[in-house]
Write a protein that binds this ligand. Sequence first.
Ligand code: ATR
Length: 273
Amino acid sequence: TDRYAVFGNPIAHSKSPQIHTAFAAQTAQNLSYDALLAPVDDFAGSFHQFLSDQGKGANITVPFKQDAFELAQQLTERAQRAGAVNTLWQDEQGVVHGDTTDGVGLVRDLTENQLVSLQGKRVLILGAGGAVRGVIEPILAHAPQQLVIANRTVSKAELLAELFADLGNISGCGFTDLNGQAFDVIINGTAASLAGELPPLPEDLLAEKAACYDMMYGKEITVFNQWALDHGADKAIDGLGMLVEQAAESFRIWRGVLPDTKAVMASLREQLN
Ligand code: ATR
């Protein structure tokens, strides 16, 4: 049995063990997957202990994605761009590789599960933290007409736009700069929703038939998605699909087979209710 795990702090409520165990059963892969708590100041120690206990690969969540980025000896290009790693694995030579699957997870959920196209669209992302940085490259890969990053701290949005400028039409701004603009797809990546808060958004931000996506999810509709529906959004999607799709992509990296996500998503949704 090959050993996998998710590292975080806290970690008790992680849904990753359930998701990966379901993927393993579905694809007939012989593996175990645990949730492991690492001390905030020693992710590296915990991960190396795991490797010496026959660990093959791991997912990394809050607050260790940057530690994992630093620990990886070999990074994929998208992880390098993202500045964060959520997937680690050790190859036969003992080299530890790092990748990030969050962005692919978001884009796959949006475009394949929810059938929201990004190509040629005006796309807005709210927030400019680590979560947002991880999803920019795969969004630009779908060739939107423009990608605007709006953030409370304007300089952070501008910095992200600079970092990804070679990949497409991307710009950074503050929330007040959004006045008079309209977008086809709006993605909320701020941590504001965690506190039940909403960035100050203009009333007419949504174009006709706009789709909104909140990277957060919960039992109740998120404040951002409620705002979206109240302002005429065609769709208001939460981040549960992103969670399952990023897991599926990690599973594919480790095991070479992409699991079907539909059934897992449905059972997680059911448990929320
Ligand atoms: P993460 O890694 O989850 O993205 P982060 O790097 O701390 O976390 O980033 C949090 C994001 O949420 C930032 O864009 C932050 O805005 P600032 O860069 O101005 O701090 C945003 N955010 C947090 N609370 C917010 C609030 N109440 N209103 C608007 N934006 C908020």
